[in-house]
Design a protein around this ligand. Structure first.
Ligand code: LMR
Length: 331
């Protein structure tokens, strides 16, 4: 009796273990991809394309869940959530890494890049690529740079010269460089999470902001900003990152396929970002509530002269060589 039961138990156990093994084998790896912008933006589209390609090519092995618009985590919490394993992929703006690496602050320096082609060259250069691995010791793996685009200033008064910004409160991302940039024109920077910007502008907690057109339009900021100055004074791009323990622990075939997909999605996001921003600029104009101000070369030079001294303040943390490498990308 005992023998029989023991055998039966062993058999049941082994079946159970095998069953568990099968269940584990067939359970898809769930990748939560959380972000803070709308779906019809460069990052929003990139996350959806990543999901589509991953599920097409990896079948039952992987399920990607995309959470847009700060619906899972806002920008104040997303990196922490990634480190805790509550989300597997995020793509914060490059302005949001200063607690993890000082070097990435380079991307916030005002008037550093002449255009998006220069940004692209720098990001693809050895110096730019090295930043993807600069947070390894924090358990963060950088997988790719995704473009959004150049930022425009907005306010409820026309901003043509730096003195026009004096005394105004501007929303900034959580970045010491961006705070200094607005202090340089004697404005008052206010750190605020992305999800709160519309309301902040609407209620007058802040008077102005800096965003690419796609973020202005998709968050309806143009409804509460009478003027946009096409300043192209700074960059808003992203680094797609994973928790290193999660990423390195993926089965090799899955990780390799996801790397390949990420490379393809990156090409696509970066190819479409300009057009998305241009389309949203046109939609803002068509909405008729906001005047878009074009700066003369002389006015733009005034903004540059006023803001550029910020570079010196951060040169020690970022590194003069890295800044030189970025400037060299301007050809
Ligand atoms: C912002 O906070 O303004 C941006 O980082 C939002 C985004 O992700 O584009």
């Amino acid at each position: 009796m005992f023998k029989f039961s023991a055998k039966a138990l062993l058999c049941a156990l082994s079946l159970g273990v095998a069953g568990l093994g099968q269940a584990a084998e067939s359970a898809p790896i769930v990748i939560k991809f959380s972000h803070v912008v709308a779906e019809h933006t460069p990052k929003g589209q990139g996350a959806l394309l990543f999901k589509q390609l991953a599920e097409e090519r990896l079948g039952d092995k992987v399920r990607v869940e995309v959470y847009p618009n700060s619906s899972l985590f806002g920008d104040g919490k997303e990196i922490e959530a990634l480190l805790l394993g509550d989300v597997q992929l995020i793509a914060p703006s490059l302005a949001k890494f200063e607690h993890y690496t000082k070097q990435i602050q380079i991307f916030d320096l005002p008037f550093l890049f002449d255009d998006m082609a220069a940004v692209d060259r720098f990001q693809k250069s050895p110096a730019g690529q090295s930043l993807l691995t600069s947070m390894k010791d924090k358990n963060i793996t950088g997988l790719a740079y995704w473009h959004n685009g150049l930022k425009q200033l907005s306010a409820n008064k026309p901003l043509r010269e730096p003195k026009d910004a004096r005394g105004l409160k501007f929303r900034v991302q959580a970045s010491a460089v961006l705070e200094e940039q607005f202090k340089a024109v004697r404005a008052n920077p206010r750190k605020m999470s992305f999800a709160e910007v519309y309301q902040g502008l609407q209620t007058g907690v802040v008077n102005g902001a800096e965003n690419p057109y796609s973020n202005i339009y998709s968050q309806k900021m143009h409804e509460v900003q009478k003027y946009i100055t096409e300043s192209n004074h700074g960059l808003l791009d992203y680094m797609v990152i994973a928790n290193s323990t999660f990423w390195d622990g993926l089965p090799e075939d899955v990780r390799n396929e996801l790397k390949q997909i990420m490379a393809e999605v990156t090409v696509e996001v970066n190819r479409q970002a300009d057009a998305l921003n241009e389309g949203d600029k046109q939609r803002i104009l068509a909405a008729g509530n906001t005047e878009i101000i074009t700066l003369s070369a002389e006015q733009r030079a005034q903004w540059r002269n006023a803001m550029q001294p910020v570079w010196k303040k951060f040169e020690g943390e970022i590194g003069a060589e890295l800044i030189k490498a970025a400037q060299d990308a301007n050809q």
